[in-house]
Ligand binder design. Structure first.
Ligand SMILES: Nc1ncnc2c1ncn2[C@@H]1O[C@H](COP(=O)(O)OP(=O)(O)OP(=O)(O)O)[C@@H](O)[C@H]1O
Length: 262
């Protein structure tokens, strides 16, 4: 469901800014995201997308600004005010991260079943049979043969690894998932299947997703809203169809026309 305004935003970002010494990572980024909404952050290399994602995921410390999150108990908290234990629990349960580099998002020497089961154990699951059962269900949902449950991700193709990352992340029913270029580096046909899978799971589970991509086609397919970044700043934001069909900023016009010309 889009923009359920009866609820406070799930995530509220205000004036988020990051300097690396003299260099600007990103500046003055503000947005809200609601449950069930997919926001794409697009921009060329060096525009500040990874910096923004790192700040949101609390992997980087902001120079200024705030990130507020509505916890499961309904209370909206400033991320900077969470204790380390609260922050870690949130990252392992309520939030998910699908990385471009699967070696960062998976434990490469642990079986596929173990990769999924580990997240369940982080939320208190202890019953081996039930954990394995859920792992099998999730493998099936992401279209990985159940017979591969004991294989390690090193034995998987790039597309399978990304699907395993998705299973690992979604098994705890997170409410907010960050995706960093989840389909780049894959063959076009593998990419298309993965995008389909992401799209159906996102709508089925009502997830909020922040997806960083340099690919406008990915943004078009998955997102409700787009934020275009350049030089660390948001230069245009709005509904995806509006921004891509009728870009206002000259830079967005250039981005869109370069895709059309390609
Ligand atoms: N650790 C760092 N130290 C210094 N400068 C950094 C660091 N990380 C990023 N930057 C700078 O911050 C700016 C934004 O970089 P960022 O990596 O966020 O962009 P990006 O849009 O994610 O690029 P890409 O698509 O290539 O990953 C760039 O000028 C970059 O050089």
């Amino acid at each position: 469901m889009l923009n359920d305004l009866s609820q406070a935003p799930l995530l509220s970002v205000r004036n988020l800014t990051k300097h690396y010494g003299e260099r600007l990572g990103c500046a003055d980024v503000s947005f809200d995201i609601y449950e069930g909404e997919v926001l794409a952050v697009v921009g060329e290399s060096g525009s500040g997308k990874s910096t923004l994602l790192g700040l949101l995921a609390t992997e980087l410390e902001a120079s200024a600004g705030s990130v507020r999150y509505r916890m499961r108990d309904g209370v909206t908290r400033d991320m900077a005010s969470l204790t380390e234990a609260e922050r870690r629990l949130l990252l392992r349960t309520d939030w998910g991260f699908v990385r471009q580099d699967s070696t960062q998002g998976l434990r490469m020497s642990v079986s596929a079943g173990g990769n999924i089961g580990e997240r369940l154990m982080a939320v208190g699951a202890r019953h081996y049979g039930k954990i394995r059962g859920q792992a099998l269900d999730w493998l099936e949902r992401v279209e990985i043969d159940r017979g591969r449950i004991d294989d390690i991700p090193k034995a998987f193709s790039g597309g399978m690894r990304q699907r395993l990352q998705i299973a690992r992340n979604l098994v705890t029913h997170p409410r907010l998932v960050f995706m960093d270029e989840p389909t780049s580096g894959l063959d076009v046909s593998v990419q298309a299947r993965l995008l389909d899978l992401i799209r159906s799971l996102v709508s089925e589970l009502g997830l909020a997703v922040i997806i960083v991509t340099h690919d406008l086609a990915v943004a078009r397919l998955l997102s409700h809203r787009i934020m275009v970044m350049k030089g660390g700043r948001v230069i245009e934001a709005g509904l995806t169809d509006r921004v891509l069909d009728d870009p206002h900023a000259p830079y967005t016009q250039l981005l869109v026309s370069s895709v059309l010309a390609a």
